[in-house]
Design a protein around this ligand. Structure first.
Ligand code: JCQ
Length: 276
């Protein structure tokens, strides 16, 4: 997979030389090219921003440097009629984008070429996205409901989530089959706690069931813990879970956690039944 990143802070992308992504690059599984946006400015201050039309606070990134930068990145490798699945896709991190999920990570991992446009200031002049959307798929992506100083950290997040899904990038030992949120994971539940040696640390023991050798009881315990965490941290996942996907023990656990079932079988919980 090829990744192009156009940014005013190329140093911010240094982490792409490290760890999983760095190793994938070294192995030739990822071709990462970072481009300095200011290379396509021609004034003595290398200006990339200007005041917003219509007034208001902050600055907006200018069209021309982005247009020349994206065209240059695309020129090397772009083939005629490359709007389809084999061509590049533009990814623009923004708080007003589509939520970045494991499902979207899988979709992006199936594309051969991603071109990232992380913005600074109040964002990029809208005409840039509108222009490239006529040539290729454009993904405006939000990594969460907060505002960053720029999209570079979001590029790192998206890149890591996508890169680990590429064939041969993750080792067998770290296979992603049962990630929380991986399609087909434990019915959209969060993962429960995990433990390793030593068996006692600062007087803290591990749950007995994990050394019982009863695989059935271990699986049940893990599922109960997954319900606990999901109920505490992501009640929305309980509310939208399919009751038909749950067994009697699952329903028992949810009942202990304060959940009730409506006439449609859906789970709901009184606002003041929330645990701890
Ligand atoms: C991404 N969640 C937050 C900030 C405007 C493109 O326009 C803008 C981009 C940014 C940077 O991205 C984020 C972000 N997901 O802040 C403002």
């Amino acid at each position: 997979m090829r990744l192009d990143i156009v940014t005013i802070f190329p140093e911010y992308l240094e982490p792409l030389n490290v760890s999983l992504v760095g190793k994938a690059r070294a192995r030739g599984q990822l071709d990462v090219r970072v481009h300095d946006l200011r290379r396509w400015t021609y004034d003595r201050h290398h200006t990339v921003d200007d005041t917003p039309y219509g007034g208001g606070p902050g600055m907006v990134m200018k069209t021309e440097p982005w247009g020349e930068a994206l065209d240059t990145a695309l020129a090397d490798g772009y083939e005629a009629g490359a709007g389809g699945p084999g061509g590049p896709a533009l990814v623009v991190p923004t708080p007003s984008g589509r939520p970045f999920t494991q499902e979207l990570a899988v979709e992006l991992s199936q594309r051969p070429w991603l071109l990232f446009a992380p913005a600074r200031y109040e964002g990029i002049d809208r005409r840039v996205v509108d222009e490239y959307a006529t040539r290729m798929p454009v993904y405006e992506v939000s990594i969460g409901d907060y505002v960053l100083a720029g999209g570079e950290a979001a590029v790192l997040v998206i890149t890591e989530a996508v890169a680990r899904l590429l064939p041969g990038v993750l080792g067998n030992a770290e296979s992603h089959r049962d990630d929380s949120f991986a399609p087909g994971a434990m019915a959209d539940l969060l993962e429960g706690p995990v433990y390793t040696k030593p068996p006692v640390w600062r007087g803290r023991e591990i749950p007995d069931v994990l050394v019982s050798g009863h695989h059935g009881r271990i699986a049940r315990w893990r599922r109960d813990e997954a319900f606990r965490r999901t109920s505490a941290h992501r009640p929305d996942l309980i509310e939208r879970c399919d009751p038909a996907a749950l067994d009697k023990k699952d329903r028992e656990m949810l009942s202990i956690l304060g959940w009730r079932q409506g006439p449609d079988g859906r789970f709901w919980r009184d606002a003041d039944a929330v645990e701890q």
